[in-house]
Design a protein around this ligand. Structure first.
Ligand SMILES: Nc1ncnc2c1ncn2[C@@H]1O[C@H](COP(=O)(O)OP(=O)(O)OP(=O)(O)O)[C@@H](O)[C@H]1O
Ligand SMILES: [Mg+2]
Length: 319
């Protein structure tokens, strides 16, 4: 039998646990996560697109050896897709079998049949219900992703699950988790999530990383990139985020861009490579058109100068 891996015992343990899954967290996020694990409360993560909200849950599950149950939210998400539904075709089949049995004189009472039809055997379990079930490797990680995409009635339903870790199934009774799952809720804040739900969670805002953390992320995720390329990419992206663009690049774009430049055999940024790969970094034509040419070149030169200054100060580094 597997024994569940223990939860991290301190904020530093959380940082180390996530780093083991190549996730570079800042202290504020690690503290919020530590407290939510310690006190058994859901963690509500809000932030810009591509800043590592979903990844927290994935890395947490992988590092703790827990099952990851992911509920991807969308407009119109209902109970049947989120929690459970009855397996209607199988129930119909069961009724036919019962009818056939009755024809041979082995008639089940109506109550028996009904009880059978609404038993666990015919229940299709979706992530919210699965998350309440015991698991040998410990309570699972339940990721409720992009909650802002659902509507308010669904949020109201989530309240019961998140506050008491239980779910009522009218035909069956209340299912209660023996040990609560580790819950992470994310939102891109396309709308405000209701206060009643937020109150049940601990909250952390995930901002764009500062240059130091972004560099660590690039080093960790794209180790093939030279130190110079990594620094120039991060310097460029950090400066780009200060511009008034329609859509700023997230960490996902920084990583994609670095990988693309490595694939193009670049060990540093050059004007041609930058212009040719802007579509990896920016996803709106207006932003790309504005940046291509002089503006991108100015950013590149600033980033190159800054990287050279730091690298020049490091022993043994090439100019
Ligand atoms: N702190 C981090 N350390 C390492 N990798 C990171 C970090 N943050 C983000 N990433 C990487 O960036 C990418 C995007 O992360 P993720 O999908 O979690 O973002 P998100 O905030 O959920 O974005 P969206 O709002 O679009 O859903 C992933 O490949 C992830 O591995
Ligand atoms: Mg996400």
């Amino acid at each position: 039998m597997t024994t569940p891996r223990p939860l991290p015992g301190s904020v530093d343990d959380v940082l180390a646990l996530l780093a083991g899954g190549r996730y570079v967290a800042d202290r504020a996020l690690a503290t919020a996560l530590f407290l939510s694990l310690k006190l058994g409360r859901p963690l509500f993560l809000e932030g810009e697109v591509g800043t590592g909200k979903t990844e927290v849950a994935k890395v947490l599950a992988a590092q703790l050896g827990r099952r990851l149950l992911r509920l991807q939210c969308y407009e119109g998400l209902d109970l049947a897709s989120a929690a459970y539904e009855w397996d209607y075709p199988r129930q119909m089949l069961e009724i036919r079998v019962a009818e056939a049995a009755a024809a041979h004189g082995r008639e089940a009472t109506r109550e028996e049949l009904e009880r059978g039809l609404f038993s666990e055997r015919f229940l299709v379990k979706r992530p919210l219900l699965q998350a309440l079930e015991p698991d040998l490797s410990g309570p699972p990680v339940l990721l409720i992703d992009e909650l802002d995409r659902t509507d308010e009635p669904f949020e109201a339903f989530l309240l019961e699950v998140l506050s008491d870790f239980q779910l009522s199934i009218p035909e069956l009774g209340t299912v209660r988790a023996a040990a609560p799952p580790l819950v992470i809720v994310t939102s891109n804040r396309t709308r405000e999530v209701h206060d009643a739900l937020k109150r049940r969670c601990f909250y952390a805002w995930i901002d764009y990383p500062d240059a130091q953390r972004e560099l660590e992320i690039v080093r960790s995720k794209v180790p093939q990139a030279t130190e110079r390329l990594a620094r120039e990419v991060v310097g460029f992206v950090q400066r780009l985020r200060a511009k008034d663009l329609f859509k700023l690049p997230g960490i996902a774009e920084t990583l994609d861009w670095t990988q693309s430049l490595v694939a193009l055999d670049r060990t540093a940024l050059d004007a041609q490579a930058v212009d040719g790969t802007l579509g990896v970094l920016l996803k709106y034509q207006d932003d790309i058109a504005r940046l291509r040419g002089a503006e991108a070149e100015a950013l590149r030169q600033e980033a190159a100068t800054a990287a050279a200054a730091t690298l020049g100060g490091l022993p043994g580094s090439a100019p």
